[in-house]
Design a binder for this molecule. Structure first.
Ligand SMILES: *Cc1c(COP(=O)(O)O)cnc(C)c1O
Length: 379
């Protein structure tokens, strides 16, 4: 399945305030930079075509918009902020898991599954989007929810994503924290298989080399958008958790020989563990797309400085980021992932790690359905 061509930017985009094409570094001439971009674009299109051999089912609204954020740009000292709106993927209120699920559910359908099963934290966006995908495709869905935060707040345990899991017709069961959840999942799946079901299991976050294809493909979608908008992007940053998003992105960028720098802001694991997890999945993803060895360890950069008190517990900087994006741009982040990623982005602008004039894409991975599980965090 090929992507439809990117539409003309929406007319209400503030074109006047949009910065002109800025070369990545001062040494590179405009001409040189354009030439490099066309090679990268060519490679991206070739890589994208090569993905066609894997089963895929259409679930997401693609391409998602790329929007310039003039008010955030101004508030953050002139670092040009663009938001890639993967919160607008459409499936079950949207978010990054829709892209992974196109390939995962494609495989499930091909295998003739009648049940899809997955696992996640109580307020898992991945579980919610899997439930929506199963509903759309006429499959049954069962999910295991791990209580990682210990919260007894009914908003957290029953509202937000949990309410939506139920509305999409999924069944669910709970687990305490600290178990090997993928093993728990396989054990439950085996019980269903013993009863005659054809069960397709999806690892936490949909983060294996099949799901990661969704973000390999996202790179090529973005490269086409950058080309059409004449943008020289310096950085792409985003929240990184179970690692499939970053692994797909880093693999896609390496395969297209792009020099855009990628940065993941961790939401759970310490930097070293997060990077190892991403690198390991990126290596497997590269093999899957026939580009073994294309990703270098140094390409994988995660910063886990914005996790705060722990997974699923917002830090002060998380709440500040959520309020800032909402008040300045009408964008909704979430307290578990995108709010922490945005807190990293904001801090990198304030501390000069991103500089005035840099072109930075914040990949908005979604998650705002979880906001309703966190009422008390905003009081
Ligand atoms: C799952 C998720 C992420 C992290 O993506 P991974 O592929 O798990 O690293 C980021 N943001 C949101 C909203 C998510 O639901």
């Amino acid at each position: 399945m090929s992507e439809t061509k990117q539409l003309v930017p929406p007319i209400d985009m503030d074109l006047e305030k949009k910065p002109a094409l800025t070369p990545c570094s001062s040494e590179s001439s405009l001409e040189g930079s354009t030439k490099t971009n066309s090679i990268v674009l060519q490679k991206a299109l070739e890589c994208q075509a090569a993905l066609n051999k894997f089963p895929r089912t259409k679930l997401a609204h693609l391409p998602t918009p790329l929007e310039y954020c003039p008010r955030l740009t101004e508030a953050l000292g002139g670092v040009n902020i663009y938001v890639k709106r993967d919160d607008c993927t459409g499936l079950g209120t949207g978010g990054n898991k829709a892209r992974k699920l196109e390939w995962l559910m494609g495989e499930a359908k091909k295998q003739g599954a009648d049940y899809v099963m997955t696992q996640g934290a109580t307020q898992s966006n991945h579980a919610r989007q899997t439930a929506a995908a199963a509903a759309k495709l006429g499959m049954k869905c069962h999910i295991l929810l791990e209580d990682r935060t210990g919260s007894k707040d009914i908003d957290y345990t029953e509202n937000g994503n949990v309410l939506l899991d139920d509305l999409f017709g999924a069944t669910r069961e709970k687990r305490g924290a600290g178990l090997n959840m993928n093993e728990e999942l396989e054990a439950v799946a085996d019980e269903y298989r013993a009863k005659g079901h054809n069960v397709y299991t999806i690892v936490g976050g949909g983060s294996n080399e099949v799901g990661a294809l969704g973000y390999v493909n996202c790179v090529y979608e973005m490269i086409q958008q950058f080309d059409e908008e004449d943008l020289d992007i310096d950085y792409i940053c985003h929240a990184t958790g179970s690692s499939g998003t970053q692994a797909g992105l880093v693999t896609g960028l390496a395969a297209a020989e792009s020099d855009i720098k990628l940065l993941g802001f961790g939401v759970r694991a310490p930097k070293e563990n997060q990077e190892e997890m991403v690198y390991s999945l990126a290596e497997r993803t590269a093999i899957k797309i026939g580009k073994e060895g294309v990703v270098k360890r140094d390409d994988v950069v995660a910063d886990s400085s914005y996790v705060g008190p722990g997974y699923g517990i917002p830090a002060e900087s998380t709440i500040e980021a959520i309020r800032m994006f909402a008040e300045l741009e009408g964008l909704l982040l979430d307290p578990v992932y995108s709010g922490k990623g945005a807190a990293g982005l904001i801090d990198y602008c304030r501390t000069g790690k991103f500089k005035k004039g840099d072109n930075v894409v914040f990949l908005h991975t979604g998650g705002n359905a979880a906001l309703h599980g966190y009422l008390k965090a905003f009081k």
